[in-house]
Design a binder for this molecule. Structure first.
Ligand code: UD1
Length: 422
């Protein structure tokens, strides 16, 4: 298994290009199943999760090409001959459940493996299923699979999510585009990835109102056509790299960055002592003083502070002046990076969903282990300003969500290299 060695070596300067959003791409790709005509995505990120979704779609009969040169994904689902999403693929990636709504809506039947447990909590899919049931789906859970049927097609329905779920909103939104009649999704997720999906579906001919608000109204249509759509900028990759100069010092421009994607995060950075300014090509980030100030953070659905930036923010606050309290409100068990940061000299006390971080002057490099996608990048960020070498092992987690980490960070002056393992 490969590992990454980072050596803290002072301020970073230059620019980092931000890729298309993994999480947007993972929901735009299954949208191909809604139409017999081609769907082409541009600005797609080159990530192992995207390759996993490609394999899943191909296993169903979709044609997906363009992966090698990255960025352009040409898809066509004119011949879906298999309606079973197999456990062997689904277990690798929870987002696989997103093929359920589209397949069911288009062909009236689908069998999808339930995603297994996940390192950052139980993460059930009950809301995905309840929203589809509200559109008339008949569901049967057998031997680890959801067997879904809608013999006369899905029918428009109203569903109020008891709490916000990004994935369940996406599944229901896609299914509703081909349901007969009007569907209303209340307490829907408002994430930029949902807005991006709604815009793409509209290009395909769907009738959707309200994206970016908590009520989505969808007027079902008989069929959807083809489209070409650019994947929205990855706000999590953006926020992650904004923390590089915040932690190591210097001044870095994030190309393609937009304030509206990271509003709540930028507010916290400002309170910690980090300047973020808009440029004609992105966002410029610079730390005001030598040391950042402690801030309290609570994760929330968009437009609140994203759970996917909590681990990285903790890496920053490990060396802040004062004590910060981080509350994780979306996922239980999402502090697995804390013990690893403690190995680097951080002072962190975790009690349930709350982590109290008392800033130290400087972290010290150590061998650490990546436990999930965002945790792994938080350890790399921490290593950028630590004394000595930080070796992060199990970096396959990182490959799921960050393309060219070594190239991007060394491009702004970081000392970082990837070591090939067996
Ligand atoms: C998506 C993102 C993930 C991000 C998360 C929250 C993708 C591929 N992944 O995940 O990176 O961390 O949003 O911003 O886009 N829940 C249920 N029942 C359900 C669905 C969810 O109880 O049917 C719970 C989850 O366990 C969690 C909460 O709802 O506690 C929010 O999860 P959700 O928004 O659905 O996250 P994902 O869509 O899986």
């Amino acid at each position: 298994m490969d590992s990454i060695i980072v050596t803290g070596n002072g301020p970073l300067n230059g620019s980092i290009p931000i890729a298309g959003a993994k999480n947007a791409c993972l929901t735009l790709m299954p949208a191909t199943l809604l139409s017999e005509e081609p769907l082409t995505l541009t600005n797609a990120p080159r990530l192992s999760d995207i390759r996993t979704m490609t394999t899943l779609l191909q296993s169903l009969g979709a044609e997906v090409s363009g992966l090698q040169d990255g960025q352009v994904l040409a898809m066509s689902s004119h011949d879906i001959h298999n309606h079973t999403a197999d456990y062997d693929i689904v277990r690798k990636m929870r987002a696989s459940i997103l093929v359920l709504g589209p397949m069911l809506a288009r062909d009236g039947h689908a069998i999808v493996s339930l995603p297994g447990g996940c390192a950052i909590g139980a993460r059930p899919v009950d809301l995905h299923l309840k929203a589809l049931e509200a559109m008339g789906a008949e569901l049967d859970l057998r031997e680890g699979y959801v067997h879904a049927k809608a013999p006369g097609g899905l029918k428009g329905g109203t569903f109020e999510f008891p709490f916000v779920s990004v994935g369940a909103t996406e599944n229901a939104l896609m299914a509703a585009t081909l349901a007969k009649g009007t569907s209303v999704l209340k307490n829907a997720a408002r994430e930029p990835e949902i807005v991006d999906l709604a815009r793409c579906l509209r290009k395909m001919g769907a009738q959707i109102e309200g994206e970016g608000t908590s009520t989505l109204t969808i007027q079902g249509v008989d069929r959807l056509g083809g489209a070409t759509h650019p994947v929205v900028t990855d706000r999590i990759e953006l926020g992650t790299y904004m923390l590089a100069p915040a932690i190591a010092g210097g001044e870095v421009e994030l190309l393609g960055g937009r304030l509206d994607l990271v509003g709540a995060f930028v507010e916290k950075l400002d309170a910690a002592g980090i300047d973020v300014t808009e440029t004609s090509t992105g966002l410029m980030v610079k730390r005001r003083g030598d040391r950042v100030q402690a801030v309290d953070v609570e994760t929330e659905p968009f437009p609140g502070f994203p759970t996917d930036l909590q681990a990285q923010m903790m890496a920053l606050l490990c060396t802040a002046e004062g004590t910060s309290v981080l509350q994780e409100k979306i996922f239980e068990n999402r502090f697995m990076h804390a013990p690893e940061l403690i190995r680097m000299g951080a002072e962190i006390d975790v009690q349930g969903g709350t982590a109290t971080v008392t800033g130290v002057n400087r972290l010290k490099g150590a061998p650490v282990m990546a436990t999930d996608l965002r945790a792994s990048v938080s350890l790399i960020l921490a290593g950028l300003a630590a004394e000595g070498d930080t070796t992060v092992s199990r970096v396959y987690h990182l490959d799921r969500g960050y393309e060219h980490v070594v190239r991007k960070l060394s491009g702004v002056g970081a000392k970082i290299e990837r070591i090939k393992g067996e």
